[in-house]
Design a protein around this ligand. Structure first.
Ligand SMILES: [Mn+2]
Length: 392
C-alpha cells in the first residue's frame, strides 16, 4: 500500500501535499507587523543591504542566533498585571531544591529559552504559524527560594494562580518535578467547585508523601491529589516503568487507584487506545485537564540532560503523538515541562525536546480551537480559595 492509499490521507492526499496547500492559506500579517516594528525600533539597514525588511539592530525572529533569549523571542512582559492581554504566557520556574540525585533544573528555563531561538513559529505538516494565530508573551521567572521547597511552592502557586486567573494559558518551564504540586495548587485556587484531571507523562510515579524527609520531586501527586479539585481517580500516568520507581509511591498509586500505562502497555494497545484511556479517565467528572510533562518519559538516549535518566522510555514521536491527540480532544487548562537539566545536556538536545513539546502543544491548542482565547474558559473562577495546608 502506498502512503497515498492510507486512510489518514483523505482524498488520496499525502500529509506533505496537504501541508503545501495549508501554507498558502496562512496570513503574513504578524510577520509584516514584526518587520515594521523592527524597522521603527531598530533603524533601517545600512545602504548596502538589498533586503529592506532587515533592520540595523536585530529586533525580531532573525537572525536566529541574535537577540535576547525570551521563549521564541516572545515579548518579555515585565508588568505581570498585563498578562491577561495575551493568549499564552510562558513562565520559568527555576527550582531544583526538590531533586534527589542530579540537580541543575534551576537552569531549565534558561536552557529551553536559549534553544527555542532555533525555532520558527511555523510548522510544516500542521500548517500552523503561531505568530499569525496567537499572542505569546514571556513573563520571565518565578522568584524561587533556594534550599526552601515550601517557600518556593508558595511563590510558585501564587504566580501560577495569577496567570491562570488572568485567562492567559500558562506554560511552565521547570524546574524539577516537585513544582507539579504547587502549579496544580495554583490552578485549583481559581477552580471554585470545578475539577481538574492530571495527565502525567513520566518514567516515575512521583506519588510518595515525602522523600528524604521533604516534599521532593518524587512527591508532587501525593499532595496535588489531596486537593479536592484534583481527584486521584483522574490522575493518568503515562510511560511509567524501569528501575527508578520507588515502592512507597507504587503503594500510593495502588491505594488511590491512579491510572497507569507503562511503555509496553502503550505500544501494545497502540497510541490511539492509550489516548482514549487517558482522556476517559482524566475527563471523568472533571472540567479541564492539566498536563505535566516530565522530559524523562522519553528514552534516556534522547534526553540526557535530566535528573534521573531511565532507558526504555517513549520514543519522541510516540510522546508527541500522545500529547497532540490528547490536546486536540480535551479542554486543557495548563502545561508544564519539567526536569530539563542543562548542565547534563548534550548539544541542547533535552532543552530542544522541551521546546518541541511546548510548540506542538500550542499548535494543537490552535488546531482544536482552544487558542486564541476568545473568552475566558468557564472553569476559571474569579475568587481565590484557601487550602487546607494553610496556603492562601
Ligand atoms: Mn521523572
Amino acid at each position: 500500500m502506498s502512503i497515498f492509499e492510507r486512510p489518514n490521507y483523505q482524498g488520496g492526499e499525502s500529509e506533505a501535499k496537504r501541508a503545501l496547500d495549508l501554507e498558502a492559506r496562512l496570513p503574513m500579517t504578524g510577520w509584516q507587523q514584526e518587520v515594521d516594528q523592527a524597522l521603527r525600533f531598530g533603524l533601517e539597514a545600512a545602504d548596502s543591504i538589498k533586503d529592506r525588511t532587515i533592520s540595523t539592530f536585530s529586533r525580531g525572529e532573525l537572525p536566529h542566533y541574535a537577540g535576547i533569549n525570551t521563549f521564541m523571542k516572545a515579548p518579555y512582559l515585565e508588568d505581570v498585571n498585563q498578562v491577561g492581554n495575551y493568549d499564552v504566557a510562558i513562565v520559568g520556574v527555576p527550582h531544583d531544591s526538590g531533586t534527589t540525585y542530579r540537580p541543575g533544573t534551576r537552569f531549565g528555563p534558561q536552557g529551553i529559552r536559549r534553544i527555542s531561538a532555533l525555532y520558527t513559529p511555523y510548522n510544516f505538516e500542521l500548517g500552523i504559524d503561531l505568530r499569525e494565530q496567537i499572542t505569546l508573551c514571556d513573563v520571565g521567572d518565578i522568584f524561587t527560594i533556594p534550599a526552601n521547597n515550601e517557600k518556593s511552592f508558595d511563590q510558585i502557586s501564587k504566580g501560577i494562580a495569577h496567570i491562570f486567573a488572568s485567562g492567559a494559558f500558562p506554560i511552565i518551564l521547570g524546574g524539577d518535578h516537585s513544582i507539579g504540586y504547587p502549579t496544580v495548587r495554583g490552578v485549583c485556587r481559581h477552580l471554585g467547585d470545578k475539577k481538574v484531571g492530571i495527565i502525567h507523562f513520566d518514567r516515575h510515579v512521583d506519588t510518595q508523601e515525602t522523600d528524604l524527609d521533604e516534599r521532593m520531586h518524587t512527591c508532587p501527586w501525593f499532595h496535588a491529589t489531596n486537593i479536592k479539585n484534583a481527584p486521584a481517580k483522574n490522575l493518568v500516568q503515562l510511560g511509567i516503568g524501569g528501575w527508578q520507581v520507588p515502592r512507597q509511591g507504587v503503594k500510593v498509586c495502588r491505594e488511590r487507584a491512579t491510572n497507569i500505562l507503562t511503555v509496553t502497555d502503550i505500544t501494545e494497545i497502540g497510541l490511539d487506545a492509550a489516548v482514549d484511556f487517558a482522556l476517559e479517565r482524566a475527563l471523568d467528572g472533571t472540567d479541564c485537564v492539566y498536563i505535566s510533562f516530565d522530559i524523562d518519559c522519553i528514552d534516556a538516549g534522547f534526553v540526557p540532560g535530566t535528573g534521573w535518566p531511565e532507558p526504555g522510555g517513549l520514543l519522541p514521536r510516540e510522546a508527541l503523538y500522545l500529547l497532540s491527540r490528547i490536546i486536540r480532544q480535551a479542554p486543557i487548562c495548563g502545561l508544564e515541562v519539567v526536569e530539563v537539566s542543562p548542565p547534563y545536556d548534550i548539544s541542547d538536545m533535552t532543552s530542544l525536546m522541551a521546546t518541541r513539546v511546548i510548540c506542538d502543544a500550542m499548535a494543537n491548542l490552535v488546531l482544536s480551537g482552544q487558542l486564541p482565547r476568545r473568552e475566558k474558559p468557564s472553569y476559571i473562577h474569579e475568587e481565590a480559595q484557601i487550602f487546607e495546608d494553610g496556603w492562601s
